[in-house]
Ligand binder design. Structure first.
Ligand SMILES: Nc1ncnc2c1ncn2[C@@H]1O[C@H](COP(=O)(O)OP(=O)(O)OP(=O)(O)O)[C@@H](O)[C@H]1O
Ligand SMILES: [Mg+2]
Length: 313
């Protein structure tokens, strides 16, 4: 079976992407070319400050379509995409992010358009549409939680999930709606074995009217595939591992969610578990990594299920 590099849907032999998915991500009929070779990318590299997990290992770059709309280039105005090429250290990192974004979307987490893209040197990169540069509009203001907390970038691990909740409750225009979105995201990231959700991986985005909401999700990965003993980047209830349903109930209360509302979020995640497993199997990860991904989901599913059943009480 051949799968679309963007949508993961089945495509006919000899095809790499479903035309509707290409149009949705790029607004053109054929996959664009990338005018940079992987080997040269480091000269454009942005932040690469390694900390205790995968942070910064992925080089990334902003790109836009050229005037002919066939090639993604660095030197164009209004660059609307972020491209993340493979890492030399961690296998299938772009495929991992691509899959995890699909899982997030299935779990009701808002994500921008994203896909995989073949590069000039044959490697596969992850590409995502920038959510802070809407079509035809000016750049939207994005503030990550490190900035909101008044911390230096190097202090991005020096926090907790409770601090994230406080920041949302304090700075979002609709605090109770946004904190529920945060709760869903934190639960999703824990379920998918993401040990790198530090303060810079959450942001508030201001719309044109100046209203602040949680930005679409980014930097979603199963870091456990590479660092099996990985812990949460930010502790929840004072713990960074071995969380039980009780810890999630306490966190939900901290987020001012009613037990029913928290159970509903958990039920929405737990209810699509079979779809998540199916998506892992359709993904472009190696079969070994697919198995490890599913094993992680299965291992933590009982806690999500227990939380979901609170709603039935
Ligand atoms: N789709 C997007 N639209 C707009 N901004 C984005 C998008 N994706 C990422 N960013 C911004 O770019 C920054 C770097 O992206 P990302 O976190 O995905 O890369 P990273 O190299 O894995 O980061 P790190 O390892 O430092 O956490 C983010 O902190 C965010 O501010
Ligand atoms: Mg990041």
């Amino acid at each position: 079976m051949r799968r679309c590099l963007i949508s993961l849907r089945e495509v006919p032999d000899g095809t790499t992407a479903d035309p509707a998915a290409v149009r949705g991500l790029f607004g053109i009929d054929d996959l664009p070319k990338v005018d940079i070779e992987l080997a040269k990318l480091h000269t454009f590299g942005l932040a690469m400050v390694g900390r205790r997990t995968l942070s910064g290992v992925q080089r990334k770059i902003s790109l836009g379509l050229d005037v002919d709309r066939t090639t993604l280039q660095v030197a164009v105005a209004g660059r609307q995409y972020v491209l993340k090429p493979p890492s030399e250290t961690f296998p299938d990192l772009p495929q991992n992010e691509h899959l995890t974004m699909h899982l997030a979307r299935r779990c009701g987490v808002e994500v921008p358009s994203f896909g995989l893209l073949p590069m000039a040197d044959g490697a596969t990169a992850y590409i995502v549409r920038r959510f802070d540069r809407p079509d035809g509009g000016g750049k939207l203001r994005q503030e990550d939680f490190c900035q909101l907390a008044g911390k230096m970038p190097a202090e991005k691990y020096d926090a907790s999930c409770e601090l994230c909740a406080r920041l949302v409750l304090r700075f979002a225009s609709e605090p109770l709606i946004e904190v529920r979105r945060l709760f869903r995201r934190v639960l999703f990231c824990w379920w998918t074995g993401n040990g790198d959700m530090h303060l810079k991986n959450y942001s508030l985005l201001a719309d044109a009217a100046g209203r602040h909401a949680l930005s679409p999700a980014y930097d979603l990965l199963c870091t456990r595939l590479y660092l099996p003993d990985d812990r949460l980047a930010l502790p929840l209830g004072g713990r960074d591992k071995a969380l039980t349903a009780r810890h999630w109930r306490d966190f939900a209360a901290y987020c001012k969610l009613t037990p029913r509302a928290a159970a509903r979020v958990a039920a929405e995640l737990f209810g699509v578990k079979d779809d998540l497993v199916a998506l892992v199997h359709r993904s472009f990860l190696s079969s070994e990594l697919r198995q490890a991904y599913v094993a992680g989901l299965e291992a933590r599913a009982p806690v999500v299920g227990e939380l979901a059943r609170d709603g039935a009480r």
